[in-house]
Ligand binder design. Structure first.
Ligand code: B1M
Length: 213
């Protein structure tokens, strides 16, 4: 197998045997983010496909998620960073009812490495907790992640709750079940502030940079 195929296979098979030496090899000619967005994400897509076809069970998907997390944690120190946290503060969460956090944590790593202070509230975060955290941490923007179809709906509810709480901070949303169209119609419809859809963590960073400029 090629190196890319081996990296994807660690994720698909949920095994870490040999993962770190292969990540070291990959680091010799690829930036860490390309390793994540390329072979590791290919592996995760395959896991999603197999799970969808009932060829994997939740326990096996969890193992794959552990491998992905271990790989991201190993690659993180190799990413380029700016030293200061001066560009702005992002409050970040996976919405209520959703436990998926790998994409959210990637957003945290990428923004934190690029000069943002990130307050990560974790998973399954309901709007009242978000509203309280906005008041406490006074962020410059709020980031919501969610991978389930029902999470997209939960973002609409959260946007509506924000509006009723008088919050109009820029809202950055992302996750597999979301689309730009859903964001600009359903979510924006309930929100009094700007809403931005990011298809991946880098796009999230681009939007954050544009907002803070
Ligand atoms: Co689940 N899961 N899962 N899962 N899981 C999906 C999402 C699913 C599509 C799989 C499938 O059926 N093909 C499906 C959703 C169906 C739907 O609603 N459309 C699904 C399901 C059904 C479920 C359960 C209901 C299964 C069950 O229990 N029967 C259950 C839900 C539990 C719950 O949330 N209440 C469940 C559980 C799990 C595990 C716990 C086993 C595990 C998650 C572990 C964890 O996160 N700690 C898991 C996993 C790993 C997946 C898949 C296979 C991979 C997700 C992932 O981590 N991808 C996923 C299938 C898939 O997506 N192909 C699937 C890698 C990650 C880097 O990508 O998070 O998309 P992602 O982030 C991307 C972009 O979306 C974007 O940037 C990232 C790339 O740079 N992004 C943002 C994300 N958030 C952003 C925020 C931003 C900006 C960009 O700004 C704030």
């Amino acid at each position: 197998l090629s190196l890319d195929e081996r990296l994807a296979r660690y994720v698909v098979e949920g095994t870490k045997d040999g993962l770190l030496p292969d990540l070291d090899l990959a680091l010799q000619d690829m930036p860490p983010l390309d390793i994540i967005n390329g072979p590791l994400m290919d592996g995760m897509s395959e896991v999603g496909r197999l799970f969808n076809n009932n060829e994997l069970i939740v326990a096996e998907v969890l193992q794959s998620a552990e491998v992905m997390k271990a790989a991201v944690a190993y690659l993180e120190p190799h990413m380029e960073k700016t030293e200061s946290h001066t560009k702005g503060r992002l409050l970040l969460a996976t919405v209520k009812g959703d436990v998926h956090d790998i994409g959210k944590n990637l957003v945290e790593i990428i923004l934190a490495n690029n000069g943002y202070e990130v307050v990560n509230l974790g998973i399954k975060v309901p709007s009242d907790q978000l509203i309280q955290a906005v008041r406490e941490h006074k962020p410059d923007m709020v980031g919501l992640s969610g991978l389930l179809v029902k999470s997209a709906q939960q973002m609409v509810i959260t946007a509506d709750d924000f509006t009723h709480a008088g919050i109009d901070l820029p809202l950055l949303v992302g996750g597999a079940a979301l689309t730009k169209k859903f964001t600009l119609t359903k979510i924006a419809d309930k929100y009094q502030g700007p809403v931005i859809y990011a298809k991946d963590a880098m796009e999230g960073l681009d939007f954050a940079n544009r907002l803070m400029d």
